[in-house]
Design a protein around this ligand. Structure first.
Ligand code: 2HA
Ligand code: ZN
Length: 303
């Protein structure tokens, strides 16, 4: 152990590691990741890992077998190949690895984990290529997850595997869906997994969709945070409202009898605090475009 390592905090206590391990447990509990099914990769910001990982200490190097040049120097925590999600929380150091993409973009440098000599998931090409595709769309993307959700897989056998049709059925099945994946789901035909080819095809779809179904196999999802699936939540409300009589006269009138009824449409978003400004602008933009489309004159006032 070198001096630098001694001053490091215990990586087992790192929030990013705990959350990754807990997510693996949750996915196992849902029945989506039996045996070695599923894999998670999470891009780490320097702020997150600098107190926990000594980046000068490379344990070993693992060739990638594909070009990840645009990810050079970036650090990821990744589930291991052949590992079971049910074991990740109990033994993170064997089941997870923290790697950095070397400057040549061709090699992963192991900085921690895969203690039994293991390596990253067999789906590493699809993960890294998806990260590259998502980052080019959204520089804040951090997570790529692959899993085998039971109900969605069962649907694959009875539903036409057409992107639009599958998206619409999913949106209709649960109100949450349109909030979680408003861009819809991409669908890839069955392909051999663990290959660069499925990685390239997934990444291509990931330019358009955050959720990509691998027909008769599982699903890939990407996002900024693991819980991102829940945010932003966008709602609108249509409510009858009652006020005192409209107009200036009789404004002091009391009671429902002389009340004024109108119907109101309101928009609400729950968003990450960092995105609240954009969320607000989106709401204002929607309200204005609605007025414009209706050909109504309006004035935007600042309260
Ligand atoms: O790594 O799910 O697609 C296990 C898998 C392969
Ligand atoms: Zn799989």
């Amino acid at each position: 152990m070198n001096i630098k390592e001694k001053t490091m905090k215990n990586v087992l206590n790192a929030p990013f590691l705990k959350e990754t391990a807990k997510t693996a447990s949750n996915m196992y509990r849902l029945g989506w990741d039996e045996r070695n099914g599923g894999n998670i990769s999470r891009l780490l910001d320097e702020e997150e890992y600098k107190d926990y990982i000594d980046v000068t200490n490379v344990i070993r190097e693992i060739p990638l077998g594909f070009d990840a040049n645009s990810l050079k120097g970036r650090v990821f925590i990744v589930t291991g190949t052949g590992k079971y999600f049910k074991n990740v929380e109990d033994d993170p150091e064997t089941n997870l690895g923290i790697i950095r993409i070397k400057e040549d973009g061709k090699v992963a440098q192991l900085l921690w984990g895969y203690k039994d000599g293991g390596r990253f998931t067999s789906e590493f090409p699809a993960h890294m290529m998806s990260h590259m595709a998502r980052l080019s769309e959204n520089p804040k993307n951090r997570i790529v997850m692959h899993t085998h959700p039971t109900h969605l897989l069962a649907m694959n056998y009875v539903h036409e595997l057409d992107e639009k049709k599958l998206t619409h059925t999913l949106w209709q099945m649960s109100t949450e869906c349109i909030v979680v994946f408003p861009d819809g789901v991409g669908v890839l035909p069955w392909m051999l997994c663990g290959t660069n080819e499925i990685g390239v095809a997934t990444a291509e779809k990931m330019k358009e969709f955050r959720v990509v179904v691998w027909a008769l196999h599982g699903v890939y999802g990407a996002g900024e945070i693991i819980d991102e699936a829940k945010l932003p939540m966008k709602f609108f409300a249509y409510t009858p409202c009652y006020r005192k009589e409209a107009g200036s006269y009789r404004a002091e009138e009391r009671g429902m009898i002389r009340g004024h009824q109108f119907n109101k449409v309101e928009m609400v978003q729950y968003a990450h605090p960092e995105h609240s400004k954009e969320a607000f602008e989106e709401l204002v933009g929607k309200a204005c475009s609605l007025m414009e489309k209706l050909g109504l004159h309006f004035r935007l006032s600042k309260l």
